[in-house]
Design a protein around this ligand. Sequence first.
Ligand code: ZN
Length: 466
Amino acid sequence: MTTPPAAQTFWAPRAWLPGGWREAVLLEIDGQGRWQLVQPDTPAPEDVPQLAGPVLPGLVDAHSHAFQRAFAGLAERRETEGDDFWSWRDRMYRVAGAVDPAMLRAIAAQLYGELLRGGYTQVCEFHYVQHRPDGQPYAERHAMIHALVDAAAEVGIGLTLLPVLYERAGFAQAALRPDQARFHFDADDVWAAAQAVQRHGHPRLNAGVAIHSLRAARPESLHRLRVLTEGFGGPIHIHVAEQLAEVRDCLATTGLRPVEWLAQQGLLDARWQLVHATHVNRAEIMAVAHSGSTAVICPSTEANLGDGLTDLPAWLRAGVPLAVGSDSQVTRAWREELRWMEYGQRLGLRSRNVAAAPEAGQPATAERLWQAALDGGAAAAGEALWGIHPGARADLLVVDLADASLTGIPSGRLLDALVFSSPGRPWRDVMVAGHWVVREHQQPGSHDRQAHFDSVMQRLWVDAAY
Ligand code: ZN
């Protein structure tokens, strides 16, 4: 996977280009795995291979904690009177406290293979499990980061690695809890790790930085990170306003709401990726719009954790770039994230096609959400260009029109059906940077990866009362 492909040419019957679907598209990829020529309305040349169906660009998974794949489906019983984000988190720490680099690599390789099949071709890894469980660094200080980098390289997905600033248990606490000891990374640790990732030089690997949350980082450390990242082009991710308790504690400590505080400190710019941004008011949304920052929404996880619903119509009206993330990995396909992004609104507002904007010439809900997630995902991943146009990385998904769920669907409604009619196995082929990573639904090495993942699951859960 590491050698650059030779220049290649394909022809697609349809492709989603900037602006929407176009017919009969000639596609040329250069030797660096980037689009070189994208030419619609071109009859199929005789000597050029034809792609087997309509083509979409890959999407960025803008928020992932890979290790949580080993916990998906295992937090769905309530044993006590109340169950919320915080009780879920205490149970999730069982996995966070148990994984070692070899286990993390196996979990991440399984996950990243699934994300590719789910239509993501780049994943932003918000990575905070850094040290041994007792908080001592590994002999190879970035062993856990290497596990993620190696897993992504193995399956061929693009990776934006985000080492996380994480240094206290809450606004009023000076230090981490014992079960958080292995997360400790200060601003200099974060910057050193990001630079190490940058030096790696892999063509599908980007470096960014992250702040766990305002509750987990001291204001001085945020400003230290700001100084260190002056002139840095990579993205800056932060969990923000996911929980009402966090907003309440932020107000009590600073007198301001989390997004309000970030804006007032002058921190926000187009590099910032505000993950969840669930509990925000209209003034905060306008501040984000002015800053050029992106809101990263993780609908399936936010539903699973009972976080609450963000004000999607207000984000869309304000023109804020939106991205989607798989976060806790309870869902690993973007079609399901977009569907739930809209369904949450329909349930809350008792209305249909909430994300559509017929007054702006955008009556198709799926198309508006898809285009927003494409644009926002590029910023989250630290990619200046994204999609099928010259200069962007040559990533694509080939739709399987033989799937029963797409039978008889008029071509203009294809994306509507892909998102809202629950097709079973939509992507026939997946390409990342000019390499085929899924061909005719087959993914090299997937059986071995699943076997490794199974052995890790046995180790993690053998003594648990499941
Ligand atoms: Zn998260």
